[in-house]
Design a protein around this ligand. Structure first.
Ligand code: ZN
Length: 307
């Protein structure tokens, strides 16, 4: 066990990624509710980088703070992200090897959204954080849609291009779509990577046509910290956000999405949602009692460890 842990640390150290030196933004208000009272939950992430995770005292949203700037994240995705995840797991994970897993995921997710894609005349879809395009290509083929992929990682966008998809290399928070509208938007294993969840969901609400459908999934933060009984092991610099069912439900309702169906994935880690655009409910805040419960549970998990 100690040998494996040492091997992991050495592999990560060999990347010589200087997280401390990266430019960062300090967040002073919560992205979900706008409050300014935070609790610092953790001081390092699963790789050992000195990243702080904060929880909003009012709504229970968990996020990195400070966190890297958009430019620093662009560089991270261009060169460090996949090598870092490979070093962590001790096997090669890159734009090619992830495609087998993505194909399996695509099949499952297409089945999940199928009941909401029949009827109507949907023509276009946007895949935000679409990576290699494997998922977008599959979903587009299943439902006869023209697919556009936006992703910040150039090597993955290259793969998406080779599948004949329309591609945009960049961050959704920064791209101007003009007057374009899409009949479906999919955000697969991506929301935790965004820099501005509220802003992105508001943008998606504008980008969706009236009969549009949104698919989105989260890594359930509770599942992640209960899995290894460690808050630090559930934190990683690649995820600025750590969502729970409660905070995601609030995000969706506040951004004007009605959840048609949700799904607990068979990996016991992800939760998926199919939504349609509705009326934004600005008061859809998590109850104070649920925030207290979350913070109490987080502290309980930390108390159970001596490190
Ligand atoms: Zn909040």
């Amino acid at each position: 066990m100690a040998t494996i842990a040492l091997g992991r640390q050495e592999r990560i150290a060999a990347l010589q990624y200087d997280y401390t030196a990266q430019p960062k933004d300090t967040l002073t208000t919560c992205n979900l509710c706008g409050a300014a009272q935070f609790v610092i939950l953790a001081h390092r992430d699963r790789y050992g980088y000195p990243a702080q995770a904060h929880a909003c005292r009012r709504c229970g949203l968990v996020f990195l703070n400070p966190r890297m700037t958009a430019e620093a994240y662009s560089r991270f995705y261009a060169g460090i992200y996949r090598p870092l995840v490979s070093a962590f797991h001790g096997r090669l994970i890159d734009a090619r090897t992830i495609q087998t897993e993505q194909r399996e995921y695509a099949g499952e997710r297409a089945d999940f959204i199928r009941p909401f894609m029949t009827g109507g005349t949907r023509k276009t879809m946007l895949d935000i954080g679409g990576s290699t395009g494997v998922v977008a290509a599959h979903v587009a083929r299943e439902f006869g849609l023209h697919a556009t992929v936006i992703d910040p990682a150039p090597l993955e966008v290259e793969q998406a291009q080779s599948l004949g998809l329309e591609t945009i290399t960049g961050l959704i928070e920064r791209h101007d779509f003009g007057s374009r509208r899409f009949d479906a938007v999919i955000i697969c294993q991506t929301v935790d990577h965004l820099l501005d969840v509220a802003g992105t969901l508001a943008r998606v609400h504008q980008l969706l046509s009236d009969t549009g459908v949104l698919f989105i999934d989260i890594v359930d933060f509770r599942a992640a910290y209960l899995r290894n009984w460690s808050v630090e092991d559930a934190i990683k610099i690649d995820h600025p956000y750590y969502l729970t069912e409660t905070t995601m439900a609030a995000y969706l309702r506040m951004s004007g999405f009605d959840v048609l169906r949700s799904d607990y994935a068979s990996d016991h880690l992800h939760v998926s949602y199919v939504c349609r655009p509705g009326i934004a409910d600005r008061d859809a805040m998590p109850a104070a009692a649920s925030v207290d419960e979350l913070l109490r549970e987080l502290r309980f998990v930390q108390n159970a460890r001596r490190e």
